[in-house]
Design a protein around this ligand. Structure first.
Ligand code: GLA
Length: 736
């Protein structure tokens, strides 16, 4: 039993393999959070030390007891209105415009399996793998009931949370804030690791101390965004890759979000994650329910690598679905950086032919195949094949590509509309625009109102026609602007604060329809690269194009940042031409290959322009990827720490789950005259195992490689790559 309720001390304890999470129904029915961390036994509420603190008020029932204050007690789901002046998880506004409520414990339910999330993505598993606790809190005076849902994936050290809010009163009640997860800590000095960025430079990790006050990360762009990712880590300040306590929260949602970390007046820390409260006001009619999306939590007391691996396993096996979950993804070539909009069917076939000769397995036709789309100013919304441009039908083109020996994939951007399109001319009110105001344009396009069912259904059926009339194995689903001018022509300003949530549900419904109708189709997510890289999208699209930046050196930071919360299998990564189109940087083809192999591997250039020698290297890269894909996609990933401040390099490795083989990767960042030798300490090997370094006769013990380290050979010039495969040769072999 992962979930235990003890009536004698009114504690709810959630045990995973290595962690314990606990809450307690305290005086007056308040639900306090007593502990989350390394596995413990017993009632942890002794940790809560009550003191009389001035200006921290007390519930009325506490009478003369000035030590019971919601302003200082660690809570499970804090709300505005009962004396907690920190940033809270929950708030409502009644029909008279009065804010706040006072939530008290009502009842609970424990059952096998998972709670429901209507229309939303979430962690899945078997009845045996998951156990669920639902705790109902309520404020009868305000007329609100809040159900806190917890599912425990014991084996993975993961706890998921979601919240259902019901209006139990007679009038409209507006939910103005409803975080999905709250974590309160009574002590500790923490750092917050968050992942910020911009278009072309996503998920850059920044680690900053948690200070007194509120640190807030989020998106109001309609999608999870390039600028901040809905994944946060809170780590004890001494936590490293392999030591120390840390907590991660991954929001399983693809729209606006808000993550907060706050150190309060007595140095306690609160972390919140949930739907963004700006531009959000969810009106509930009497009896109606709102479901706040899921947040997945994990804790590790063994450092950041193990925390990341918990999320990697969770996403790979309990969020991503479909037949592509574990199998090798086809090595693809995408025409975008090779042609942009300037192509015809013949050019595409030539690219495919060249690539096929070198071993590439799929051609993806990117933007520009539909409507009047020869640039980014027109055509979005008109999902009709431009046969004149292709010189054939899509069915014929897919057949030609198949005859070349390749699979065929297609780019789409269903949520968008160009003003210069037949769809806009027919349905101008399908685009978000506020009456009397000119909408903000971005990349010359507007956003379709996917909160409306008929809009989603129309776009789905036009794309369904294209997909079902050609042999299409893969879709790249893009979204190339942030959302502004939110207004729905159906309900006008009524329900305005719901629209962005309903928009995201519309996107999920679209994807669900595609996945159901075409179960053999592999769908990759994309939003100008990693602008919607989140666990919610990964429920529908097991892979996401990680960044429009294909520069191998910048990709090191992007992919490293992504790896904290997301598995390698989720990362789309391609080798492109040099000088790189985004940065102008020149790196070797070898380095570009090694970096792209820290993801789902592909190419995005005209391979016909390469020299014969380079083509041979491409063949070798493809052979390597075929050999190592399982290790890369399904193995344990480690970010490696490099000994010595004088060595400028990035290193990472993949280790098979049984530690029988590993792939070590190093890229130098600076060229140094007469520089120091760099050593990387490997991770995850068997201490007593003997490993052969492929291509050499050298055999070293796992313990030597992990504790002594592996010297990195001298490489002349910056941005050089070294990749070495280690195979265990059995414990009897003599180590040298
Ligand atoms: C976005 C994508 C690119 C490409 C273009 C096409 O920027 O991230 O990979 O598909 O759109 O317009």
């Amino acid at each position: 039993m992962a979930i235990i309720y003890k009536e004698e001390n009114k504690t709810f304890t959630l045990h995973t393999r290595k962690t314990t999470y606990q809450m307690k129904v305290a005086s007056y029915g308040y639900l306090l959070h007593t502990y989350y961390g390394k596995k413990t036994e017993g009632d942890m509420s002794y940790l809560i030390q009550r003191r009389d603190r001035g200006f921290s008020g007390n519930p009325y029932e506490a009478e003369s007891d000035r030590t019971f204050s919601l302003d200082t007690l660690p809570q499970e789901y804090s709300c505005q209105g009962n004396g907690d002046f920190r940033s809270v998880a929950f708030n409502v506004r009644n029909a008279q415009g009065v804010y706040g409520c006072d939530l008290r414990f009502r009842n609970y339910r424990i059952y096998q399996g998972k709670y429901e999330l209507p229309g939303l993505p979430g962690v899945y598993g078997t009845e045996e793998e998951l156990e669920t606790l639902e705790i109902t809190l309520a404020d009868e005076n305000v007329g609100v009931e809040v159900v806190l849902c917890y599912s425990v994936l014991e084996a993975l050290d993961v706890i998921t949370r979601a919240v259902r809010v019901k209006n139990t009163g007679a009038e409209v009640l507006t939910v103005t804030k409803a975080a999905s997860a709250e974590l309160d800590f009574v002590c500790g000095d923490y750092d917050v690791l968050h992942f910020h960025g911009r278009h072309g430079m996503e998920h850059v990790m920044e680690r900053t101390p948690v200070f007194h006050g509120n640190q807030s990360f989020g998106s109001i762009r309609g999608a999870s965004s390039h600028q901040h990712n809905p994944f946060l880590i809170l780590a004890q300040q001494n936590t490293t890759e392999d030591k120390g306590e840390c907590y991660g929260i991954s929001f399983v949602y693809s729209g606006n979000f808000h993550g907060e970390v706050e150190k309060d007046q007595t140095a306690q820390t609160r972390m919140l994650m949930g739907i963004q409260d700006q531009m959000f006001a969810y009106d509930l009619a009497a009896g109606e329910t709102f479901t706040a999306p899921e947040a997945a939590l994990s804790c590790s007391s063994e450092g950041l690598s193990s925390l990341s691996q918990n999320f990697h396993r969770l996403i790979r096996y309990h969020i991503c679905r479909g037949k592509f979950q574990k199998v090798r993804r086809p090595i693809l070539i995408n025409n975008w950086e090779a042609t942009y909009f300037d192509f015809d069917g013949e050019k595409i076939c030539n690219i495919a032919r060249q690539a096929s000769e070198l071993g590439v397995e799929m051609l993806v036709l990117d933007d520009g195949w539909f409507g009047q789309r020869d640039g980014d100013v027109s055509g979005l919304g008109d999902w009709v094949v431009n046969e004149e441009k292709l010189g054939c039908t899509m069915g014929e083109l897919s057949e030609k590509i198949n005859q070349i020996g390749m699979k065929f994939g297609l780019w789409i951007e269903p949520e968008m509309i160009s003003e210069n399109s037949d769809l806009y001319r027919a349905h101008p009110d399908w685009a978000f625009a506020i009456p009397g105001k000119n909408p903000v344009r971005s990349r010359h396009q507007l956003v379709l109102d996917f909160s409306r069912e008929e809009v989603v259904d129309y776009i789905y059926s036009s794309l369904e026609k294209v997909i079902s009339h050609a042999n299409i194995s893969y879709l790249k689903m893009d979204m190339n602007r942030s959302i502004t001018d939110v207004y729905t022509a159906v309900s006008g300003y009524q329900n305005h604060g719901k629209i962005l949530y309903q928009f995201v549900l519309g996107v999920y419904r679209f994807l669900d329809k595609i996945n159901t109708r075409f179960p053999d189709l592999f769908v990759e997510g994309c939003s100008g690269g990693g602008g919607r890289f989140d666990a919610g999208m990964l429920y529908y699209t097991p892979q996401i194009w990680c960044s429009d930046n294909t520069d191998a050196v910048e990709r090191l930071a992007i992919q490293k940042g992504t790896s904290y919360g997301y598995p390698i299998s989720a990362v789309g990564s391609h080798v492109s031409i040099v000088p790189n189109h985004q940065t102008g940087r020149v790196t070797s083809l070898k380095t570009r290959g090694v970096v792209a192999m820290a993801g789902s591997f592909g190419y995005e250039l005209d391979l016909g322009v390469l020299s014969e020698e380079e083509k041979e290297l491409v063949k070798q890269q493809i052979a390597d990827y075929r050999k190592y894909w399982n290790l890369i996609q399904n193995g344990d990933y480690y970010r490696l720490e490099v000994a010595g401040k004088d060595t400028a390099l990035e290193a990472w490795m993949f280790v098979a789950e049984d530690a029988s083989e590993a792939l070590v990767n190093v890229v130098t960042l600076e060229a140094r005259c007469n520089g120091p030798v760099a050593y990387v300490k490997l991770r995850g090997l068997k201490e007593a195992g003997s490993y052969r370094l492929e291509g050499t006769h050298q055999v070293l013990s796992g313990s030597a490689l992990m504790y002594g380290g592996l010297p990195v050979p001298h490489m002349n010039g910056e941005y050089q790559a070294w990749q070495v495969h280690l195979t265990e040769i059995g414990e009897s072999a003599e180590a040298i």
